[in-house]
Design a protein around this ligand. Structure first.
Ligand SMILES: Cc1cc2nc3c(=O)[nH]c(=O)nc-3n(C[C@H](O)[C@H](O)[C@H](O)COP(=O)(O)OP(=O)(O)OC[C@H]3O[C@@H](n4cnc5c(N)ncnc54)[C@H](O)[C@@H]3O)c2cc1C
Length: 445
């Protein structure tokens, strides 16, 4: 007979593991199905290992600018890329083990394999069909295996994977995704980054600090297209000062592969084109949700533009089936997945006063140098909704902290509706200027 649960979560990323643990804390019988690695993309290939790489870049940057801080450093600072990657992979592995420990502590069963929904209330788990990206450690102890399992509530938290453009498909050798970019065997001399969203810019920042000749090509009119235009323009200047070459309103139209390099044809908005040759290229043109082969069609779960459609509590159109995290749409951020997990499970448990997730209030941060953080609607979006009549950009000149941290300015862009604050600051420093005296609200949203 099939083993039965109150909740089965498919996927153990930040959405899945938080949902499972919270459900267990609320007294439910819970299992998580995972096919590859505990803790998902975030801990294994996303947030955590990139931030470990970027920490090495920070240290490198600070050390090479030691003089600015009144320090004399003798000799040269050189990156040891093998050691940098080993540190990053080690931290990822530790996170992975940590989630296993939390499952055990909270009595969450782990089912090892690939899950497919048969119908509401029932899943079948088989062998993973996904090629593994790197040899994984041993399967966690005491996991359950292949078979049929039933649950009153099934939460889909299967995450996302890199998106590929037709004709420019990553090959893992010359054209990388974030998987290969995360663990280079050696530093390329030159690198072309296609896409300047958070993932593209963070890798551009890391590799440039390590001395690589970096070029970024972005089809939109600004780097980090989700940020306010003014903040992006300001950040772009800083990236260029560091030596990153940036082409805006330009697209990679074609890539020819050589023995150990790629040559990309870049087409620009003004009709001109240019060829750029680089040792390696990173394709950072976004991600696509893992909605295939998990039984959504059979169960009748509605998807739209490649994501599962949910309400503010993670409910899909099929009673008993829920979705959270990247698979349920943007913003594609770990803390959004975690928040949706808690809201979804608390609603299932019938807790009072559970608020639907408000996606307009989710902060985001790009951990390049300097860092950019924001929350709320951009000014452009507010204007398109006629919700704004005034906004102000405010260099945070009177603030001592950014100056203490580095010789760069911080900047905040609060808007008149107080819906969004973007800011640009060195090394993780961001401040919400909600009560900035120079701002006057004229319209409430
Ligand atoms: C390079 C990079 C850097 C990032 N940096 C940040 C950052 O700084 N801050 C931030 O907030 N976000 C960041 N993100 C985004 C963040 O990683 C994701 O938003 C987050 O991981 C989404 O969590 P999730 O639980 O929805 O899915 P995932 O973390 O993708 O986990 C999904 C899990 O489901 C498993 N799975 C899939 N299908 C099945 C199946 N059929 N059966 C069983 N298991 C299955 C997968 O193996 C995986 O473990 C970054 C992403 C990348 C790629």
């Amino acid at each position: 007979m099939a083993q039965s649960y109150d909740v089965i979560v498919i996927g153990s990323g930040p959405g899945g593991y938080i949902a499972a643990i919270r459900a267990a804390q609320l007294g439910m019988k819970v299992a998580v199905v995972e096919r590859e690695h505990l803790a998902g993309i975030c801990s294994n290939w996303g947030c955590i290992p990139t931030k470990a790489l970027l920490r090495s870049a920070d240290v490198m940057h600070t050390a090479t600018h030691a003089k600015d801080y009144g320090l004399t450093l003798e000799g040269t600072i050189k990156p040891d890329v093998k050691a940098i990657v080993a540190r990053s992979r080690g931290i990822a592995a530790r996170m992975n083990n940590g989630v296993g420990f939390l499952f055990k502590k909270n009595k969450v069963d782990i089912i090892w394999g690939e899950a497919k929904i048969v119908k509401a209330g029932e899943i079948v788990v088989g062998k993973s069909t996904k090629p593994v990206v790197e040899p994984q450690g041993p399967v966690p102890k005491n996991t359950l295996g292949e078979g049929t399992y039933t649950a009153k509530h099934i939460i889909v938290a299967t995450g996302a994977r890199p998106r590929a453009l037709p004709g420019i498909e990553p090959d893992g050798k010359l054209i990388w995704t974030y998987f290969e970019a995360m663990k280079p065997e050696e530093l390329p001399k030159s690198l072309l980054v296609m896409g300047s969203g958070a993932i593209g810019i963070e890798f551009a920042s890391f590799y440039r600090t390590m001395g690589v000749d970096v070029t970024v090509v972005e089809i939109m009119s600004q780097v980090m297209p989700v940020e306010d235009a003014e903040i992006s323009a300001f950040a772009k200047k800083q990236f260029e000062k560091q030596g990153i070459k940036i082409h805006l309103e330009a697209k990679v139209a074609k890539v020819e592969k050589g023995a150990n390099s790629v040559t990309a044809t870049i087409e620009k908005k003004d009709g001109s084109s240019e060829k750029i040759t680089a040792d390696r290229m990173i394709s950072a043109v976004g991600v696509q949700a893992n909605i295939e082969n998990i039984g959504l069609e059979a169960a009748g779960v509605k998807t739209e533009r490649g994501f599962i459609v949910i309400d503010g509590y993670g409910k899909t159109n099929v009673p008993g089936i829920y979705a959270i995290g990247d698979v349920a749409g943007g913003p594609l951020l770990a803390h959004k997945a975690e928040h949706e997990a808690v809201v979804c499970v608390e609603k299932i448990a019938g807790l009072p006063n559970v608020h639907a997730t408000d996606k307009s209030k989710i902060p985001g941060c790009t951990y390049c140098n300097p860092q950019v953080a924001s929350v709320g609607l951009t000014e452009r979006k507010q204007r398109s909704r006629a919700a704004i009549s005034a906004s102000a950009a405010s260099p945070l000149l009177p603030m001592a902290r950014p100056w203490r941290l580095a010789k760069i300015r911080a900047w905040s862009r609060p808007s008149s509706t107080r819906r969004r604050v973007s800011c640009w600051a060195p090394h993780g420093w961001c401040r919400s200027h909600r009560t900035h005296p120079g701002l006057r609200r004229r319209h409430e949203p």
